[in-house]
Design a protein around this ligand. Structure first.
Ligand SMILES: [Zn+2]
Length: 499
């Protein structure tokens, strides 16, 4: 049995000044044919889970095109059309494809489309027609629409944030597809949107309020007519009408109990809306706290420059404060190709004057000027160890470690989120021995840093991933929506066409 594998995966921050292009996908991972299997097999990824599931039924995996891009600005329209066209063409040209497994994020925006994922999913559907079953995985931060769900037969969303279950969900998708192909199940997917945009920090799935919704989905999955149930936190920086929480259930032939159960989870999300807000600490107070005696390392979370949320990663607001408060033993990673180049020209053990970070836009702080000693230069390549993306080869681009006035600055050629400890260890920095580590993130870093953090402080930093949505001007956002509005009573029900 031949099962096609493909996908286009991107989380797009509408407030980024820079469009995401094919070159950006290539810089992360844009692969076709057998190279897809070579790259993803055995890693903690959806594709590896697809392969596990296909192998379990003695099927043949047919890799077509998988494009994975680091979160960044909206995707250029022409490039998305090219990717979608190539994916659909590759699937259409294969003979005897029984079913299709797709990797999708669900919060991709393109410069001309707010629902970019529905666009490419429908391209794939058109290529094979209605009779070939399609199951797609979605990121927990998907802003799910009925149009997306209508393009496929079933959808499986991550159950964790930080995301550690990529491979399990890939396998689950493959199992649903296998049962569908054997005629043992007849999936119909249902989507319920909730007009609540939760603050990203409250989306941590290990704790309330999100845990309450994840537990509710666990209960629904155990019911007889339910094939799968997923809760999505949504991605607040996608300027689309549909951003926010959603619930997708996949039922046996449209089982009404499953549909009602999905709607009940969605209503619960609405009832919990006031708990999807949180308080943050000012940068000055956070750095002062980090310098005070107490358990270390202190992890300072720069939420406004969250690389995994599409921010540039060259913000300097926390770095500047660390230098001003004479912090010692702090580590800050900054995306800054110019500084890397200068460090390479200076050479290891050389001293130079650097102008670090703050170069992408004016939203994340000014460049910081300082003298520094080049401690180490690296290829920036390492293999991921840890619960997120285990086994994947990561590429920070050429990387320089610079010591400047008690602060260790890591400058990278590529944007590189701090999702695992191997990143620092590959540069000879033992994170457990650092006093302070700045992570440009919100929650994803917790998979690696929670086990070692002495203290963790979330900072109220400005930037294109600032957590308060009132800081942003949306053009496409639906209204009313919580937390911008609270005096309304939404109709929360299944929105899937034909359900
Ligand atoms: Zn996510």
């Amino acid at each position: 049995m031949r099962i096609a594998i493909g996908g286009i995966y991107h989380e797009s921050n509408s407030f980024s000044a820079r469009l995401t292009t094919l070159e950006d996908f290539r810089s992360s991972s844009l692969l076709t044919g057998g190279a897809i299997i070579d790259y993803w097999r055995g890693t903690n990824s959806e594709v590896a889970g697809f392969l596990d599931g296909i192998e379990a039924i003695g099927g043949e995996a047919v890799p077509t095109l998988v494009a994975w891009g680091m979160p960044s600005g909206p995707v250029a329209a022409r490039d998305l059309e090219e990717l979608a066209g190539e994916l659909a063409r590759r699937i259409a040209q294969e003979q005897d494809i029984a079913g299709i497994l797709l990797v999708c994020h669900g919060a991709m925006v393109c410069e001309t489309r707010t629902d970019a994922d529905a666009f490419w999913l429908h391209q794939v559907r058109k290529a094979v027609g209605r009779h070939v079953p399609i199951v797609a995985t979605l990121d927990f931060h998907a802003n799910v629409t009925p149009e997306m769900v209508a393009a496929v037969d079933a959808v499986v969303g991550y159950r964790t944030y930080p995301h550690t279950d990529y491979r399990d969900r890939g396998k689950e998708a493959a199992e649903i597809l296998a049962k569908t192909l054997r005629g043992e199940t007849h999936p119909i997917a249902h989507c319920v949107q909730v007009p609540v945009v939760p603050n990203l920090l409250t989306q941590f799935t290990a704790c309330a309020p999100m845990r309450c919704l994840m537990d509710a989905a666990d209960d629904v999955r155990r019911a007889a007519g339910c094939i799968s149930a997923s809760v999505f936190g949504g991605f607040q920086w996608a300027d689309v009408p549909h951003h926010g929480i959603s619930v997708v259930t996949v039922s046996e032939k449209g089982d009404p109990d499953t549909v009602r159960a999905g709607e009940a989870i969605a209503r619960k999300a609405w009832d919990l809306r006031h708990s999807f807000r949180t308080d943050l600490v000012s940068v000055e107070d956070a750095v002062r706290q980090a310098n005070e005696p107490g358990p270390t390392p202190v992890v300072l979370v720069d939420t406004g420059d969250n690389v995994g949320g599409g921010a540039p990663g060259d913000g300097t607001i926390v770095l500047k404060e660390l230098l001003e408060q004479h912090s010692s033993g702090a580590v800050v990673l900054v995306h800054d190709p110019e500084t890397v180049q200068r460090a390479i020209e200076t050479g290891v053990r050389g001293r130079a004057r650097f102008r670090i970070g703050g170069k992408t836009d004016a939203l994340h702080g000014e460049p910081v000027e300082t003298e520094g000693d080049v401690r180490l230069l690296s290829s920036g390549l390492f293999v991921n160890v840890g619960p997120m993306r285990e086994g994947l080869r990561e590429d920070m681009g050429r990387t320089a470690v610079i010591d400047a006035r008690g602060v260790t600055i890591i400058a990278t050629e590529k944007r590189s989120p701090m999702w695992n400890l191997e990143q620092l260890r590959s540069l000879g920095i033992e994170p457990t021995r650092c006093r302070t580590i700045v992570v440009k993130a919100a929650i994803a870093h917790r998979a690696a840093y929670s086990p070692i953090a002495g203290r963790m402080v979330e900072l109220d930093t400005p930037g294109i991933t600032a957590l308060d949505i009132r800081r942003f001007t949306y053009r496409h956002q639906r209204r009313p929506v919580f937390p911008l509005d609270d005096d309304f009573h939404p109709l929360i029900q299944d929105q899937t066409t034909g359900a």
